[in-house]
Design a protein around this ligand. Structure first.
Ligand code: FAD
Length: 373
């Protein structure tokens, strides 16, 4: 008999398994996919680690989380500095003095502030009624038109005028020349790739891939005293209150053998409405790759239907209310622990899911990990 059946080999499941095994618990971890790692998995194509489920850049300001991950891998010092391509015009992101200089020719922070203030004033929006008005009221019409509108409309599959204003509460604007996207103290890509983290976490753990919990639920549940479930919470309860909704993505990946540098940067956002994809990722740049060819992935946002890959939870009122009903059931379970982005219907960055897994483990196993000396 196992102590834990862990459903899902993503970060949440792998951390739980790793720590439980350290406490001499017997664990079986399963995944319906044919590989470990959940969405941080990378596929080796032509010697390049290809982020199969979307570009993943680790970042955190929490030194405890950073130290925790550094037990398994070192990081390569990669800094995320994405570029925006608007109909062939190139801008730096996040919005900073380089962006403002390219847009308006301004040189000083004072000039940039005045330009934005002027545009906000000209727009005259007092109470934004939708995302378009909200964005213009925050950064003015030029940044909105060239760098926000098309990208956001593609992402959500709807006109910005039809999207609620609360989606954009804040637009980070920097009045310096810093192109580093994240404000965090630590960031990077693991040396050797993300798969190495999960492989190391799961050393000594019994793993079954190509195993869907729902194809053999009774038998699998019968193997362990408790289940740690990181799949979709609504599916666990047979969708009894209804389906939780997601946004999905399709990736078109191309191997380019005759070119070793397709776009000169790992991430290029296409911010016009007409280009059907939102980003092109050139994977080798995450690891300063020197391979002869290159691999790129175009990212197409798509409607989610049950059966598609669920990427981003849609935390609107309807879905949050639905989740709340499932959570009431989950909270009353004695022998099931729900975790991870699908088990708790929450968008988590990696550092957040790691923190959440460690807090869960600490509570379940009565150990101290995050604050141990
Ligand atoms: P997952 O990684 O999804 O793992 C869940 C696992 O459970 C999967 O392997 C799945 O196959 C398995 N599973 C589900 N149902 C079943 C079942 N019925 N039976 C068996 N197995 C099952 N975070 C960052 O910090 N930086 C980034 O740059 C970043 N980029 C992202 C880009 C995209 C497009 C997305 C969607 C997310 C991104 N994230 C990023 C977030 C990151 O992917 C998550 O924080 C992390 O992967 C969540 O881990 P998890 O274990 O909760 O879930």
């Amino acid at each position: 008999m196992y102590d834990y059946l862990i459903v899902g080999t993503g970060l949440f499941g792998a951390i739980f398994a790793h720590e439980a095994i350290k406490c001499e618990k017997k664990c079986l971890i399963i995944d319906k996919r044919d590989h470990l790692g959940g969405n941080i998995y990378t596929e080796n194509i032509e010697g390049i680690n290809v982020h199969k489920y979307g570009a993943h850049i680790f970042h955190t300001s929490d030194e405890r989380i950073w130290n925790y991950l550094n037990q398994f891998v070192e990081f390569n010092g990669y800094t995320n500095s994405p570029i925006a391509n608007y109909r062939g015009e190139i801008y730096n992101l996040p919005f900073n003095m380089n962006t403002f200089n390219k847009l308006w020719g301004v040189i000083t922070p004072q000039e940039a502030k005045e330009k934005i203030e002027l545009q906000k004033k000209e727009a005259g929006i007092k109470e934004p009624r939708n995302l378009e008005e909200q964005a213009i009221s925050l950064v003015g019409v030029d940044i909105y038109q060239k760098l926000i509108k098309g990208y956001t409309e593609k992402q959500w599959g709807r006109a910005a005028k039809d999207l609620p204003s609360f989606i954009i509460n804040r637009i980070p604007v920097r009045f310096n020349y810093d192109n580093n996207y994240f404000n965090d103290k630590f960031q990077g890509i693991p040396i050797g790739g993300y798969n190495l983290i999960i492989e190391k976490m799961l050393e000594g753990c019994e793993v079954r891939l190509n195993t869907d919990f729902f194809s053999n639920r009774k038998e699998l549940e019968g193997l362990a005293r408790k289940t740690v479930f990181t799949g979709m919470i609504d599916q666990y309860y047979d969708y009894k209150f209804g389906l939780l909704e997601y946004r999905s993505l399709d990736f078109q990946t191309e191997v380019i053998k005759e070119n070793d540098n397709y776009q000169g940067n790992a991430v290029v956002n296409y911010t016009d409405r007409e280009t059907p994809y939102t980003r092109i990722i050139e994977h080798k740049h995450f690891e300063f790759g020197t391979q002869k060819g290159t691999v790129i992935s175009k990212e197409f946002p798509s409607e989610w239907k049950n059966g598609c890959e669920p990427y981003y939870p849609i935390n609107d009122q309807r879905n949050n209310e639905l989740y709340r009903q499932y959570k009431v059931l989950a909270d009353s379970e004695q022998n099931v622990i729900f975790g991870g982005r699908l088990g708790t219907y929450k968008y988590y960055d990696m550092h957040q899911v790691i923190a959440s897994a460690l807090v869960t483990v600490e509570k379940e196993l009565g150990v101290e990990i995050l604050n141990e000396k």
